[in-house]
Design a protein around this ligand. Sequence first.
Ligand code: ADP
Length: 543
Amino acid sequence: MDIVFLSTEAVPFAKTGGLGDVCGALPATLANRGHNVTLLLPAFSSVRAAGVPIRTTNISFAVEMRDRIVGGRLLAADLPGVDRSRSGAGTATVYFIDQPQYFARPALYGDSGGDYSDNCERFAFFCRAALHAISRLNQSVDIVHCNDWQTGLVPAYMATGFESHPWMKHAKSVFTIHNLAYQGQFWHWDFPLTGLDWKWFTPAGIEFYGGINFLKAGIQFADRLTTVSPTYADEIRTPEFGCGLDPLLRSRTEVLSGITNGIDDTVWNPATNPHLRIEAAAEKGSAEKGSAETGAAVEVVEGKSSLPPGNYDVDSWQAGKAAQKRRLQQQLGLEVAAQLPLVGVVSRLASQKGWDLILDVVRSCLHENRPVQWAILGTGERHYQDALAELALQYPDRFGLQLKFSDSLAHRIEAASDLFLMPSRYEPCGLNQLYSLRYGSVPIVSRTGGLVDTVVPVTAETLADGTATGFQLQNDSQEELDQVLGEALRIRHHEPQIWEKIVQTGMRQDWSWRQSAAQYERLYDGLMTVSPEPAKKQGKSRV
Ligand code: ADP
C-alpha cells in the first residue's frame, strides 16, 4: 500500500511528546512490513540536529496565504529504522517542508511567552504545502494518515476536493487524535489562511464557537478516525473527556476506533540501549563503594549477565537496575543507598499529568522523612518548575530533579527506578508506562485512557494468576496514592518473590509496534475496499 504520513513530530527529527515517538516508529514499521511510506514533516530547526543526512530536492512550490504568496521547498532524508536490505521492505522517505520563516525557530510550537502567535498561519501553510508536495512527488497514494490538530485541515481539503489535486480522487484519509485537548483553535479572522470557501465555516464544517478549530476539521472530514487506545476512544465520546467535541465524535462513532500505541523496542530495550552502558572501571569503583551500604531488600545478583555492563534483561534485572540506581543517585546528587526505593517520573509539566497530586505526595513523603527517593525529569509550566525546584533545594539527598528535555536521562531514570509514577488526569495512550514495563520499573497509574489498557493492576486475582504488572489508582486522591505507594513499597520490601514476578511479567510483555501496525494495516485495507462517497469526492458541500 502507498501511505503518506503527515505529522509535525517524528523521532529523531522533532519531538515534544508521544506524538514524536509514534510518528517516528509507526511509518518505519509499516515500511518494514512492505508498504511504501512517505512521511511529511515541517523542516524545524531540530531536523538538522538529528544526525541524519538531509538532501535537497528540486521540488519547490508556492502557496497563496491570504494576500501573499509564500514559497516552500522539499528537503529529503531516508526514513530511519527501515531495514532496506530486507527483501519485501517498502520504500521509505521523509520529506521536510522547508519554509524558514515559519519553521526555523528554536521551538516547535511556542516559547516561554506561550504559543507562537502565527501558529494558525504556520500550520495552515504546512497542510497546504503538503498537498502540493504530494502532487509534485507524483507517487500513487492510497492513504493519507494525518496526526493531531496541526494536520487537521488536510482531511477537509481532501473531502472537499480543494485545488483539485488528482491523487485526492483515489486516496482515503485517516486522522489520528493523539490528544483531544490540543485543538488548534484560532479566531475567525484567520479563516482565509485556510484557503477554504466561507461555506465551510459553519458548525457542520470547521467552525467551533465562532472560531476555527483544526482538530474539528480532521474529525469532521476524515474517512476514518483513530485514537491511541480503545479506552480513550470510549472516553472522548463523553462530555467529561470530550473537550466540547464529544457530540461530533458520537456522531462519527462508526468510523472511530482505538489502536493502542506501540513502543520502539529497538530503542527502548534495556538489554541494548547505549544510554545505559556503564564504563567497566566506573562500575567497579561504585560497586565497591555501594556494597558497604547494601542491606537491601532486593538481592543484587552480580556477574550473571553476558550483556555489556549497565545493560540488563529479564534475567539480570536486579543487578542491572542496582547498577543504574547507583549511577543515577551519584549523578543527581542523591544519597547513594541501594536499599532506598527510587520512584521515577518523566513527563511534561502540565496539569494533565497529575502534577498537583505528585507534588502533594512527594511533599508529604519528604516532610515525613519516609525512606523513598525521587528522580524527576520534566519541562513545562512555570509554577510546577518552581514548586519542584524548591523541593530539590530543601531535600537534595532524597529528591533529584532535572528541568530539561533529555532522552538519555529518560532512559536512565526508567532503568534506575523501582517504581514509576503516572497519575494522569487523562491519558490518551501514554508511553512512559510502557517504557516502565519494559525497563522493570513498576508503574503506578491512574484509571484512565491507555493506562487502563496497558497496565494490569495488582489484585488478589492478578497476583494469583500471575498477570499483575503495576498498581492502579481508583480516585486519584492524595490519601489513596499514599496508600498505594505504601502497599507497593511493602510488597517490594517484604515479598521480594512477588515483586520479582510483577517486574518480570511487565518486562516480558510485547508492546512493540508489530501488534499496532497490523491493526493499522487492517484499518487501511478496510478503507481501500470502500467505494468513494460520490458527493464528497466531487467536493459537494456536506453542510
Ligand atoms: P505526552 O505525549 O502526553 O507527553 P507520552 O507518555 O505519550 O505523553 O509520551 C511522552 C514522551 O515524551 C515519552 O517518550 C517521554 O519519555 C518523553 N518525555 C517527556 N518529557 C521528557 C523530558 N523532559 N525529557 C525526555 N523525554 C521526555
